[in-house]
Ligand binder design. Sequence first.
Ligand code: FES
Length: 108
Amino acid sequence: MDDFVKVATVGEIPRRSAKIVQVGLREIAIFRDGEEILAIDNVCPHAGGALGAGSCKRGIVYCPIHLWGFDLRTGACDTVADLKADVFETRVEGSDVHVRLTPKANSE
Ligand code: FES
């Protein structure tokens, strides 16, 4: 099922921080990693920190609360093996950024 929605334009995604978008009841943080655009749940699965306020280096966002890292492509946590943030497929069409509403792990 194609459940992508437009959330931003490419120009609205900062180079060194995230753009937070509200999709339904959910906040999603949109980051750039080089030229790739990646999307992760804005709410840290550890204790609710705002991942979109974290710093991003080489595809890892560091939560601003305890500085644990989360892989923007898989959601995997670098500190606790079982902990995962929801991550979302993105698609760029022209200058529009679309995010798939169903998290990656739940979409297959
Ligand atoms: S709240 Fe995010 S690592 Fe603790």
